[in-house]
Ligand binder design. Structure first.
Ligand SMILES: *Cc1c(COP(=O)(O)O)cnc(C)c1O
Length: 362
């Protein structure tokens, strides 16, 4: 047996061997700069980027022209939230989001508050859901952006984004979703969800780290977006910088595989998740499931164990790599902000979150 069993797939996933295989030629012989228009090295890279763009667009029901590559979903979230706010400050200064969002969204909003924007942080119910009507009530004539994630990275709870999208579109307010955990795991379609912007990343779907994308809906007039990174004008001027061609190729292949295997993987993983929960809840007396059991990701299980602190529990689980919160915040001993928002008491909020994605390695 090699090492502990990895159960932390919401923090990151290994690269699928098929993805790595697709990437290697773009480190070796096809190393060209996709922006080099003068020679075959550049054309070859450009072709590969075009193909990947279509593969990623297909996964989320977008057009390839609507995909802008970034360094990951943290940058995509920052670009969406700050980019729209800064570009639309003449039209308004109010943003609506939710307390259980990823830090990339929450801290972008905090930053905007320092710049003079005002932000409404909607709360969630005990199951982790935001009430779509609460979004409607929070809107003012000054509202320029709503940002609500599709699926939560800690609890797996799926937000009613299609409903929120409809409310946003009726009101003519832009709608961004962090779709990192939903894309490639549950059906996620930008048209159905009526989103204007969506953040995704490769390394949560068996692709490489350091490459992500922002979906930006094409419409007339264009969605106003102030770039965060200036320079060579790549990606329609929205995100300058030499494209990470091998990363993009890997992202494209990972998206293609995720789309093809979404339903079989979903069924396999939800079965494993339910089996794990059945065993835990039938064997132990003081365990509770955090977040909705009804509308959630197939591969995520968030459990509180009464009387045991997450950190202590994890030390006892040498054979398992699990997490007691998001990787980006688990350096702090603070209880999870997501579980606190659900009303989970502090002692139970310092839990171990288990993502049984790999009970059987692929
Ligand atoms: C992992 C994650 C991110 C950050 O993505 P990176 O590509 O690692 O920057 C953002 N949002 C959610 C919901 C995530 O799970």
């Amino acid at each position: 047996m090699a090492g502990p069993i990895y159960l932390d797939y919401n923090a990151t996933t290994p690269v699928d061997p098929r993805v790595l295989e697709a990437m290697l030629p773009y480190y070796r012989e096809h190393f060209g700069n996709a922006a080099s228009r003068q020679h075959a090295f550049g054309w070859k890279a450009q072709e590969a980027v075009d193909r990947a763009r279509s593969q990623i667009a297909a996964l989320i029901g977008a057009d390839s022209k609507e995909i802008v590559f970034t360094s990951g979903a943290t940058e995509s979230d920052n670009l969406a939230v700050k980019g729209v706010a800064r570009a639309m400050c003449a039209q308004g200064d109010h943003i609506i989001t939710v307390t259980t969002e990823h830090k990339a969204v929450l801290d972008s909003c905090r930053e905007l508050e320092l710049e003079g924007f005002s932000v409404t942080y909607l709360s969630v119910d005990g199951a982790g859901f935001v009430e779509p009507e609460a979004v409607r009530w929070a809107m003012t004539p000054r509202t320029i952006l709503i940002s609500v994630m599709a699926a939560n990275n800690e609890t797996g709870v799926l937000q009613p984004i299609a409903h929120i999208g409809r409310i946003a579109r009726e009101a003519g307010v832009l709608f961004h979703t962090d779709a990192v955990q939903a894309a490639g795991k549950v059906p996620f379609n930008v048209a159905q969800a009526q989103v204007d912007l969506a953040s995704i990343t490769a390394h949560k779907m068996y692709g490489p780290k350091g490459i992500g994308a922002l979906y930006i809906r094409r419409r007339t007039p264009r969605i106003p977006l102030a770039p965060l990174v200036h320079g060579g004008g790549q990606e329609q001027g929205v995100r300058s910088g030499t494209l990470n061609v091998p990363g993009i190729v890997g992202f494209g292949r990972a998206a293609e595989i995720a789309a093809a295997e979404l339903s079989t993987e979903g069924a396999r993983l939800s079965h494993l998740r339910d089996r794990l929960w059945d065993r835990l809840s039938s064997t132990l007396s003081d365990v509770s499931l955090n977040g909705s059991a009804r509308s959630r990701l197939p591969h995520t299980l968030n459990v509180s164990f009464g009387g045991v602190e997450g950190q202590a529990l994890m030390l006892g689980l040498e054979g398992l790599a699990v997490s007691s919160g998001a990787a980006c915040t688990s350096a702090a001993a603070e209880p999870s902000h997501v579980l606190k928002a659900l009303g989970v008491p502090d002692d139970l909020a310092r839990v171990a979150a288990i993502q049984p994605r790999s009970i059987h390695h692929r």
